[in-house]
Design a protein around this ligand. Sequence first.
Ligand SMILES: [Cu+2]
Length: 129
Amino acid sequence: MKNDRHDWLCWLRAAAKVPMLIAGLVFASAAFAHVFPQKQEPGAGATVASPAQVRVIFDGPLEPSFSSLTVTDASGKQVNTEKSVVDARQTAQMSVPLPLLGAGHYTVHWVAVASDGHRTHGDYGFDVK
Ligand SMILES: [Cu+2]
C-alpha cells in the first residue's frame, strides 16, 4: 500500500510538469517565429541630415512579398515614393529609398512577415534637421 501511494505521488508530480513543459515549448516556438528589428538606420530617435534611405535589419529572414517599410511625415503623409525591398542576399534586411526630406519628424512603419508566415509590426521615429 505504501509503495502504491508513493508511485501515485510520483506520477502526480510528473504530470504537474507537463503544462509547464508545453507552455515552455509554445513560448520558445512563438519567440522563434516572430522577427523584430535589431538595427535601424537612421536609429530610433536619431536626428540626422536627410537620409538617402531607411534600412532595418531584423533578427530573422523576411517574407519579401508581405514585409514592408513606409515612412510618413509629421502630418501622416507617406514620403517614400518607391516601395521597400528585402535584400535578396540578406533576407533579414529591408530598405526603402527616400526623396530629399525637409526638416521635421518622420515615422517609419514596419511590417515584418517571417519566413514561416508570422507577422509582427511596429513603428519608430527619427528627425531630420
Ligand atoms: Cu505569430
